[in-house]
Ligand binder design. Structure first.
Ligand SMILES: [Zn+2]
Length: 262
């Protein structure tokens, strides 16, 4: 048996457990007898991850849930293989993520990015259970509160567990946020509201879907919020902006006949 390297009580992160980077963060949350996984990562690491779980003495038959924090290929590609190995587990996602995964929307799931010759396999998934804001995911002795935190993706979920928040792709330790891309369903005003909610939540620790866990620091969150607020009024993220003041200035200058060089 391999020693369990708990990140927090009842929480194991499998990259941390393996002491090397296998892909996105995969959190194993466990109750007295049963357990669940938040995300799984790419298909080619699934067997190794499940083997690691077996070595830590978690009975594979006791996995209740396989949870998609959102529908991105780098988080969910391995779920079909994981279900083969964990037949008792139900696949769980937000309704928006379900729509993307069941219709195999390869653009929204970042499986197909033609401009960068990215085209990866994304097996069609059947979701067993939809969850949304206000729901709970329960294990024997453990409850996670489900938060819907859209912004990076329409179906982005986060999960509160006491002083912890499994925060998905909302924000990372270096202050970066999950990528902003209109084709992916990103929404800047919603993103800002999600970050403000996390900032004011009283949660102490954020357990993101990429990189190490970190403290819920007011200033780090505020700098991301301020950056996204500027993007709302800039052309950098195209149609994700809510307005572009330059065009209002231009219109006004045109009407007044202002010559740009004088
Ligand atoms: Zn991600």
């Amino acid at each position: 048996m391999q020693e369990r390297r708990e990140l927090f009580p009842n929480v194991i992160e499998l990259n941390f457990q393996a002491r090397r980077r296998l892909g996105c963060c995969v959190y194993l949350v466990y109750g007295q007898s049963d357990w669940m996984l938040l995300d799984i990562g790419y298909e080619d690491t699934v067997d190794e991850l499940i083997d690691l779980i077996r070595q830590m003495d978690f009975p594979l038959a006791n996995c209740r849930y396989l949870v998609a924090t959102h529908a991105d290929a780098d988080h969910v590609q391995g779920f079909v293989r994981a279900k083969e190995l964990l037949p008792g587990a139900r696949l769980v996602a937000h309704p928006h993520a379900r729509r993307i995964l069941e219709s195999n929307d390869r653009i929204a799931a970042f499986a197909e990015i033609p401009a960068q010759q990215i085209s990866i396999n994304l097996p069609a998934l059947q979701i067993d259970l939809e969850i949304d804001e206000g729901d709970q995911l329960s294990l024997d002795g453990i409850n996670l509160d489900v938060w819907h935190t859209p912004g990076h993706a329409v179906g982005q979920l986060a999960f509160r567990f006491g002083k912890l928040l499994f925060s998905g792709d909302n924000i990372f330790r270096d202050g970066c946020v999950g990528s902003i891309d209109a084709h992916h369903g990103s929404d800047l005003p919603a993103f800002i509201r999600s970050l403000q909610r996390i900032q004011g939540s009283g949660v102490e620790w954020l357990l993101p879907s990429h990189g190490p866990a970190f403290r819920n620091d007011r200033r780090l969150l505020q700098s991301a919020i301020d950056r996204l607020d500027r993007y709302q009024h800039m052309a950098d993220f195209g149609t994700c902006a809510v307005d572009w003041p330059l065009l209002d200035d231009w219109e006004e200058e045109l009407a007044r006949g202002v010559h740009p060089a004088q």
